[in-house]
Design a protein around this ligand. Structure first.
Ligand code: NA7
Length: 555
């Protein structure tokens, strides 16, 4: 018998423990999901570990935190009124304004009443008997739902290296991804910062202005492009808003979900002078658009080398001390194969008297001590240490939840050799459990807002399809999943990305299987594939009625 999802639009103060859908996370994915699921008349509850909405932008409050995608593009497109009425104050928004936007969306669509904050989903077990998920929270609540959607974010599990003596340090410690809400005053303090990824590159110039002294511990230098942020001008805002729907549609048909004015020629197809002129032009425009200077920077070694040389020369020209300049000039991996960074006065900061750069690439940080840390046989004393050491990306948060699918198989067991998904959306053996921007989808290689909206639309369409066809569960076929995993890997190895020890490769977490986590085939091609699969009656998925083991065709 079909346990078709029930429709209910009535809500009371007592929240139901039997619902149609449980959503884990109230970042931009969870908020849009709730809005859409409600529109379908589905009883939905959302659980969020944080004290409010916003996800990434709730947690990452470190000084200088800013989005590297322009605000006019890093925003929802699903509501024309919202996108017309909301006003951004800068070209690239800072964390406080993006968080304000998430809060505005929650208010505007009356979302908070179905969200439990400060609540972790700890357990999600699939019950094969009735096709329902049994879910538990850290507050001891037990729930049942037909669908579970993991909107848990790609960079939501912070990572602090397991340094010897970590607990012995007596000063204050902070992680960029879990920054105190009240802010931190570093005035007159000796501060150490470990890491030189995107977060550190944004934080270092701001902390340096405040601290008595800042010591930066760098293991791998990063390529960074000036952000060239500035106030939003009415003309620029209007240039988007005058035809917003069309620009959004165009962005969805690009590789990364961003209109970046891609110069669709190879870097090697033009003269040296022309190449330098174009790189210079992009450097002046600023931001990640630098990587769109030519169409083959991510895939062609010779073209990539030219771009990397250009940026290294810029760094050498900015940094006064030649030893520091050489240490900061990224090398050893192609530009863009670790997430390209954008900055405001990052390299200039190393010209300040109160900033010291320490290279820990050859002599690693040996231990934390009660006063600070020791590396290369030298002791450093600090009042505060900032860990800008990144995240257990894409899989970390999912694997912290006790997720069990068919036959009690855990997700950890299934993913022992690395994540296996079909389209980054679902996992064989885990029916009716969806992931938003999961491993194997473009996610972190794209404008997250574009990918989030596409996944939420696909998932809610899928749920509606099941409902309309009196079906209970959907689950990828093993063969479809295998083929997708192979494809994700094959496409990655057609690029230069696997050369870098990046979090894209899982390389930043000891023991994590080394494989390329996101899908690099482009959001345009990926969207077409997802649409084709849906149009073919969810090709590659088994659609079932509970109690009827064989897959049924919905056609
Ligand atoms: P990232 O990009 O993962 O950067 C983490 C940094 O921390 C990176 O420079 C690491 O060096 C460094 N790190 C990590 N462990 C150590 C140890 N043990 N010793 C010294 N240095 C260490 O995280 P972010 O938060 O900056 O950015 C994450 C994403 O957020 C970013 O890509 C954007 O998409 C937004 P390594 O490079 O591993 O040598």
């Amino acid at each position: 018998m079909s346990s078709q999802v029930s429709s209910s639009s009535s809500y009371s103060n007592v929240k139901p423990s039997v619902v149609d859908v449980i959503v884990v996370g109230a970042g931009f994915s969870g908020l849009y999901l709730l809005h859409k699921l409600r529109a379908l008349g589905l009883r939905t509850r959302v659980f969020e570990a944080a004290g409010d909405v916003g996800g990434t932008w709730y947690w990452n409050r470190y000084p200088g935190a800013r989005c590297d995608v322009e605000s006019m593009q890093y925003s929802y497109s699903f509501s024309e009124e919202l996108q017309q009425e909301w006003k951004w104050s800068e070209r690239f928004s800072g964390q406080p304004e993006i968080l304000e936007y998430a809060q505005h969306v929650a208010e505007r669509f009356d979302l908070r009443r179905d969200i439990d904050f400060d609540t972790l989903v700890t357990v999600a077990h699939f019950d094969e008997g009735n096709g329902q998920w049994r879910v538990e929270t850290n507050h001891g609540e037990h729930l049942t739902a037909q669908f579970v959607v993991m909107a848990t974010g790609c960079l939501s599990s912070t990572q602090v290296p397991d340094f010897k003596g970590l607990d012995s340090y007596q000063g204050k410690t902070y992680h960029t991804g879990d920054w105190p809400h009240e802010g931190v005053d570093f005035t007159d303090q000796r501060v150490g910062i470990i890491g030189t990824g995107s977060s550190a590159i944004q934080a270092i110039p701001v902390i340096a202005e405040q601290a008595a002294h800042l010591t930066v511990f760098q293991r791998t230098p990063n390529y960074s492009i000036p952000t060239r942020n500035g106030p939003m001008t009415p003309d620029y805002e209007q240039s988007w808003k005058s035809d917003y729907a069309k620009f959004r549609a165009d962005a969805r048909q690009t590789r990364v979900g961003v209109l970046a004015n891609l110069n669709d020629v190879s870097a090697m197809s033009v003269t040296e002078a022309e190449r330098q002129r174009i790189f210079e032009e992009r450097w002046e425009i600023g931001g990640t658009y630098f990587m769109a200077a030519f169409n083959d920077l991510p895939i062609d070694q010779a073209s990539n080398d030219k771009a990397a040389d250009f940026v290294r020369d810029k760094i050498r020209a900015i940094v006064d001390d030649p030893v520091n300049a050489e240490l900061l000039a990224a090398k050893g991996y192609p530009i863009g194969t670790k997430r390209i960074c954008v900055d405001s006065q990052y390299f200039e900061t190393f010209n300040r008297d109160n900033v010291t750069l320490v290279d820990v690439s050859k002599a690693p940080i040996e231990a934390l001590t009660p006063d600070g840390l020791v590396t290369g046989g030298q002791d450093y004393a600090f009042d505060a240490i900032v860990f800008a050491t990144g995240f257990d990306a894409m899989t970390g948060t999912l694997l912290k939840i006790d997720i069990q699918g068919r036959g009690g198989r855990t997700l950890g067991d299934k993913w022992q050799a690395g994540p296996r998904t079909y389209l980054g959306l679902m996992v064989e053996g885990f029916p009716n459990m969806f992931m938003i921007t999961g491993p194997g989808s473009p996610s972190v290689l794209s404008n997250m807002m574009v990918s989030i909206e596409q996944h939420v639309d696909w998932v809610t369409d899928g749920i509606e399809y099941l409902r309309n066809n009196n079906l209970d569960t959907m689950e990828p076929d093993r063969a479809a999943e295998d083929a997708w995993v192979t494809h994700v890997n094959d496409v990655a190895y057609e690029t230069l990305y696997p050369q870098a020890n990046s979090w894209y490769m899982g390389a930043n977490i000891p023991g994590k299987p080394r494989l390329f986590l996101p899908y690099i085939g482009g959001v345009d091609a990926y969207r077409a594939k997802c649409d084709e699969v849906a149009a073919a009656g969810y090709e590659g998925f088994a659609l079932q009625v509970v109690g009827q083991p064989e897959a049924v065709s919905a056609e």
